[in-house]
Design a protein around this ligand. Structure first.
Ligand code: SF4
Ligand code: SF4
Length: 104
C-alpha cells in the first residue's frame, strides 16, 4: 500500500506575514540535500518544489516554485528547522539603519 504524506493544515488564526520584516533569502546547500521533501511539505507558503537538478548524491534539491519570489516567504524558518541535513536556511537582511557607508 502506498504511503502518502499528508499536507499539514495550518491554523487560520495565525497570519505569520504580520511578523515578517524585509524579504528574506532562502539558501539551499544543494550537495547536502537528500530529497526528503520535508521543507517542501511543511512550507506554509508552498514556495518550494523539487528541482530537476541532481546533486552529487543523486538527489533533487528543492528550488523556488516558478513565479514565486522570496517576497512570498513568510520567514517562519520551518524549512530550516525541519531539514534533517541542515541543507536549507533562511537569512533576513538587516534593517536599514538609515545611514550610508560614507557615514561610518
Ligand atoms: S521560511 Fe517558511 S515560508 Fe519561507 S521557505 Fe522556509 S518554510 Fe517556506
Ligand atoms: S528538508 Fe533538507 S534534505 Fe529534505 S528536501 Fe528539504 S533541503 Fe533537502
Amino acid at each position: 500500500m502506498e504511503r502518502r504524506r499528508k499536507k499539514p493544515e495550518w491554523p487560520a488564526f495565525i497570519d505569520i506575514r504580520k511578523y515578517k520584516g524585509k524579504a528574506p533569502q532562502v539558501f539551499i546547500i544543494k550537495e547536502r540535500c537528500k530529497e526528503c521533501e520535508w521543507c517542501i511539505i511543511h512550507c506554509p507558503e508552498e514556495i518550494l518544489e523539487k528541482s530537476d537538478e541532481i546533486n552529487e548524491k543523486g538527489y533533487h534539491p528543492p528550488k523556488l516554485v516558478d513565479g514565486k519570489t522570496f517576497d512570498d516567504c513568510a520567514e517562519c524558518h520551518f524549512c530550516e528547522l525541519i531539514c534533517p541535513e541542515f541543507a536549507i536556511y533562511v537569512k533576513v537582511p538587516e534593517e536599514d539603519k538609515g545611514g550610508s557607508e560614507e557615514d561610518e
